[in-house]
Ligand binder design. Structure first.
Ligand SMILES: [Zn+2]
Length: 179
């Protein structure tokens, strides 16, 4: 009698755990794809190597901390279902489920796709104190994070379109990610 009872209990526990993982508010979405470089792995290339990989606009924004003009990027009014990757190294950065229309003219998200994917650092350029965000894998400049975003985080990750590439959800995990 004991064994079936234990099995039932184990199944129930597993189900409960799964449900909790899916419904907890504010829980970051799971890692984008099993073949992605793990959180914490760095990609260090020389500036010459980046120049070969990136367009002049991407290089200016990602490697020289530039900013594209508002409403000019290819993703500020983009509403596809999928994930947004670093245009330089392909690391997953944001999920479309957290994208919102901020009206600023830049793609805006209320949280990164996963803890450890987006790094923050203080930016005091132009006489302002802002928090710069960059790709934690390659150090590419993405944009800034502000504290006037919507629930559940109250954060607004204001990102340059040129720093991102979009991958439809159906293609996630099928080995098409740029490495
Ligand atoms: Zn990157």
């Amino acid at each position: 009698m004991l064994r079936p009872l234990l099995t039932t209990a184990a199944v129930l526990l597993t189900l409960t755990a799964c449900n909790r993982g899916q419904t907890a508010p504010g829980t970051p979405p799971p890692a984008a794809a099993p073949d992605d470089a793990p959180v914490g792995e760095r990609l260090n290339l020389s500036e010459d190597e980046w120049k070969k990989r990136l367009t002049p606009e991407q290089f200016h924004i990602l490697r020289e901390e530039g900013t594209e003009r508002a409403f000019t990027g290819h993703l500020h009014d983009h509403h596809g279902d999928g994930i947004y990757r670093c245009a330089a190294c392909g690391a997953p950065l944001f999920d479309s489920k957290t994208k919102f229309d901020s009206g600023t003219g830049w793609p805006s998200y209320y949280q990164p796709i996963e803890k450890g994917r987006v790094a923050e650092k203080k930016d005091t350029k132009y006489g302002m104190v802002r928090v710069e965000v960059e790709c934690a894998r390659c150090g590419g400049h993405l944009g800034h994070v502000f504290t006037d975003g919507p629930a559940p985080t109250g954060l607004r990750y204001c990102i340059n379109s040129a720093s991102l590439s979009f991958q439809p959800r159906a293609e996630v995990g099928k080995g098409k990610a740029k490495k």
